[in-house]
Design a protein around this ligand. Sequence first.
Ligand code: GLY
Ligand code: MN
Ligand code: MN
Length: 449
Amino acid sequence: MQCTRRGWNVGVKNTNTGHSPQEFAKRRRRVLREIGRDSLLCVRAAPRRIYAGDVDYPYRQSSDFAYLTGLDEDAMVAVLAPGCEHGDYILFCTPNDDTRTLWEGRRVGMRAAVREHGADLALPLADFAEWLPRLLAGRRRLYCDLQDAAHRDELAAACAGALAAARGAAAPRELADLSLVLHEMRLKKSPSELRLMRRAADISVDAHRRAWRACRPGVNEREIAAELLHEFHRHGAAAAYPPIVGGGANACVLHYTDNNAALKDGDLLLIDAGAEVCLYAGDVTRTVPVNGRFRPAQRELYEIVLQAQKKAIAAVVPGHTWKDVHAAAVAALTRGLVAAGLLRGRVPSLIRKRAYTRFYMHGTGHWLGMNVHDAGDYAKDGRPRRFEPGMVLTVEPGLYVRRARDVARRWWNTGIRIEDDVLVTPRAPRVLSAALPKEAADIEAAMAQ
Ligand code: GLY
Ligand code: MN
Ligand code: MN
């Protein structure tokens, strides 16, 4: 998630990784084992991005870099080099100097990289290009982030140079995407990761409750967004993504983040907001009545989405796939739309024709982890991937009814989404965000407090 919109996060530095050093060492050992001695893996820290003039956006570390290193600092490259004579884990760092320390505070630096962060060898980042040919010699494959164009091009040029100099000896002919190894690992969460994800869900729940307390006609969406951010930051968390706070018609804009309209009596308010704890995201949506009471038509559609969400969550069990989850949601939504008179026809044929996409036009969820739309392929070996215990995902069906001539006025501008964070377990799905009410009556009761 890049910071492309101002005002949704203040700088909250994750100085605490949330994990023990052993957790990172274990991850690195597994990567070293999986890539093998004929490969090298390089990943760089996310660069800073300029907001304006001399001001940066709040810094957000690359999830892959953080996953392997636990470090929250720019201008570093981590190298995993199985069997290297200098050690398997080499960190290229920015050394501390007095002027930089004066303006920005201390950096990790080379000494702590080895003593506190597990590197076998730490070197100045300025020496990376000089060291690269040496590290590449004898390797056949270089894993890196192929999406990180600047870093990838630098590495590709070094590989070409190493190949030219190899004269028959091994040198990398190909760059491989580190997602093949790292994202497979990130898909299944360790106990330590799950602890952080539970915390992110808990803080997200608190933030929604706080937002509800501030919700009434006349309040601006941005005031609600500020309540959410206040609760995140109060707990030392950040926002995992710019909160979506949309009243009335704005709830029907799927990625609405303007958050600048006054809330109106009789409208619904859709809040999609999640905390980020030590770089692990929560992603939670609730839809509530601005004045505290659902109108009958709103409640009718709300119940349809709620039933669809419950059916979809029930499908999150080992062996099932995203297709099962989406199909459960689509079947319940289509049945409900027919019952409400918003679709006409037979349910199986409406599903076949995808008639529901007029009112439900997005997927039913995504992986959740260090990225809100987390890493990990949705297919494996050409087939939809089967759920396994330890995977975390969102389940988030919705209905979005905009103003239209062929739609009865009572439904206009009704946008509803209900989103929870769900852990796959060997048995029943565990809803991490279950503490946030979603029954219509419970929401009304909570808003009346
Ligand atoms: N908050 C973004 C999403 O629900 O996917
Ligand atoms: Mn989501
Ligand atoms: Mn969401």
